[in-house]
Design a protein around this ligand. Structure first.
Ligand code: ZN
Length: 350
């Protein structure tokens, strides 16, 4: 007998489950269960389903005889990425200089969809330049686009804005290069990309599955480097650092609330407010700690942020000369890669 394999994306059903009324959700679920129970044990049918929200699946779906095996698929590691790239480039004409194992190495954190997008963008670039083969350079540019968003060369920046952006980005770079445990900088640019005016991209050295306290502090310090540079150089602060601040705050909160990384509050889970709202749970759920603890959490978050900001300030004050040189070169060249950065600041991050 032949075995039939069906695949199904539970993902598609989820918007209905979440936003639709109770009835719709019940109907979708019941229909699914009825169909699945229609198979007898002698049918050679394998049903595979995928979802990115296993947390909201109804228990009835997960009983033996229905979906009784669960496989968790994380973002691909280097071998996974190489395999995925091999699949997506199967029918793509690649130039001699393209090495898939190097591509896999230089794309940590990319999902399968990101990698598919990378190959697609590289192919588009090659086609736009009437090339018959996709070269390593096409992939390099495509990777920047996937990582940092498309360039918006048409956006006009005034000289002052350009200067401010250059110092902001140079601040990130210099702080990262002088903070133990920070990811190495891959590229820095003041060409507007996506929604931001400038961008500093870092590339993790390896796939990270857990993050150390030191690494998290380094990332917060790095994120604040842009704002600190603006403040030091222009004695004024702009709204340009909003994303940086959001990321720094989010990391600091999670260090205290979820990862037990605050000395004063210890390894206690104080809940994750974002997640609960995201799952549509009750907004006004009962908080399981006192008003006093809430205040301590706020204080600890502030202590972490302010400490990291002091570190960034010290680095940029000590290295003011390099900050000038880096920002001036950026204004002139607009984009600097890792080698060019190293040539200016003389250090490579650990
Ligand atoms: Zn920034």
């Amino acid at each position: 007998a032949t075995t039939e394999i069906y695949t199904l994306s539970l993902h598609d059903a989820l918007p209905i489950w979440q936003s639709g009324g109770h009835d719709e959700r019940e109907q979708t679920l019941n229909q699914l269960l009825v169909e699945m129970d229609g198979f007898t044990s002698t049918d050679n049918v394998i049903l595979i389903a995928a979802t990115n929200r296993p947390d909201v699946l109804d228990n009835a779906l997960l009983r033996p005889g229905r979906f009784d095996r669960q496989i968790t698929i994380d973002k691909p590691d280097i071998r996974g990425r190489e395999g995925i790239l091999a699949i997506h480039t199967r029918n793509t004409p690649l130039a001699q200089d393209v090495d898939i194992s190097i591509l896999a190495k230089s794309t940590p954190g990319f999902s399968g969809a990101d990698l598919a997008n990378l190959v697609n963008e590289a192919a588009l670039l090659a086609a736009r330049n009437s090339k018959e083969l996709i070269t390593a350079e096409d992939f390099e540019q495509a990777r920047d686009k996937v990582m940092m968003g498309p360039e918006r060369k048409s956006l006009f920046l005034s000289e002052k804005q350009k200067k401010l952006t250059a110092y902001h980005e140079a601040g990130h770079v210099l702080v990262a290069a002088n903070t133990d445990g920070a990811d190495p900088i891959h590229k820095v640019t003041i060409i507007p990309r996506g929604r931001s005016l400038g961008l500093t991209a870092y590339l993790p050295i390896e796939d990270r599955y857990t993050q150390s306290r030191q690494y998290l502090l380094a990332m917060i310090t790095y994120a604040l480097g842009g704002r600190v540079a603006e403040e030091l150089m222009f004695n004024e602060i702009t709204t340009g650092a909003a994303n940086d601040i959001e990321r720094a705050t989010d990391l600091a909160r999670r260090m205290v609330r979820q990862w037990g990384m605050s000395d004063r509050l210890g390894p206690i889970n104080y809940g994750d407010s974002h997640k609960e709202v995201f799952l549509g749970k009750d907004y006004s759920h009962v908080r399981e700690y006192s008003e006093e603890t809430a205040m301590q959490i706020d204080n600890e978050v502030r202590t972490i942020i302010m400490g990291c900001m002091e570190d960034a300030k010290k680095i940029l004050t000590d290295k003011k000369e390099l900050l000038h040189r880096l920002a001036e070169t950026l204004i002139e060249k607009e984009t600097l890669n890792a080698d060019e950065i190293t040539a200016i600041i003389g250090t490579t991050p650990l």
